[in-house]
Ligand binder design. Structure first.
Ligand code: DX5
Ligand code: ZN
Length: 220
């Protein structure tokens, strides 16, 4: 099954609950929550208190993308706030295996993420311990950027490694995905699609989400 994970980063924060309900009703299965600290990335967004506030209004899977330094310090806060998936950047931790174990012990699914210039070799040793690998196809920090083709090219390679090792994790893409390049993206074998501006900056976000889901059906 291919999953749509609209990124709240591009939503109108003055009407968060309306924005969230809209895309949930349209069929989006995950809500992608971009947490930025102003250190690992140049931007600052929101933290666990906001996740806690919106948790009761949605049944979507809360997919928390931690673009922060020292993510270990905050895992418990996000788990308690209602995160279902905690995704940490490989660039931010020394012992990825230990962090994946901690996330599992908090009752969440564990994801590892790499920036466009980080090679797959940085995460090969932890693939047996993850539920999800997130391949960033833009430099993290902002929505509305253009997809970097060299980063997209990592996905078929990752998929092959997954098959060769007989592993079972989701592959998520984040950055610059829209209806215009969706088929090219899906052809790589990715199964969770993050879309920020393509959904929430559209004139009709619910319709934009439905358009994604219609294309997904061709791949199922
Ligand atoms: C960027 C974030 C993305 C962002 C994607 O650092 O991780 O999730 O919201 O936005 P688009 O889909 O517009 O590239
Ligand atoms: Zn993200």
């Amino acid at each position: 099954m291919i999953i749509l994970a609209p990124s709240l980063l591009s939503a109108d924060f003055s009407k968060l609950s309306e924005e969230i309900k809209n895309i949930e009703e349209a069929g989006a299965q995950y809500l992608h929550l971009d947490v930025m600290d102003g250190h690992f990335v140049p931007n600052i967004t929101f933290g666990a208190p906001v996740v806690k506030c919106i948790r009761p209004i949605s049944k979507m899977v809360f997919d928390v993308h931690l673009m922060i330094e020292n993510p270990e310090k905050y895992l418990e806060d996000f788990a308690r706030a209602g995160a279902d998936i905690l995704n940490v950047h490989a660039e931010t931790v020394d012992d990825l295996k230990a962090v994946m174990n901690t996330i599992h012990s908090l009752g969440c699914k564990a994801g590892v993420t790499i920036k466009p210039d980080t090679p797959l070799s940085a995460i090969e040793g932890v693939l047996e311990d993850v539920d999800m690998v997130l391949i960033m196809t833009v430099y993290p920090g902002f929505s509305g950027q253009k997809l970097i083709p060299e980063a997209l090219a990592k996905i078929p390679t990752l998929n092959q490694i997954k098959k060769d090792k007989g592993l079972d994790f989701d592959i998520q893409i984040d950055g610059g995905v829209g209806i215009g390049n969706l088929k090219e993206v899906l052809d790589t074998g990715v199964n969770i699609i993050v879309a920020g501006s393509a959904v929430f900056s559209a004139e009709n976000p619910a319709q934009a989400a439905k358009d994604f889901l219609t294309v997904f059906k061709e791949y199922e």
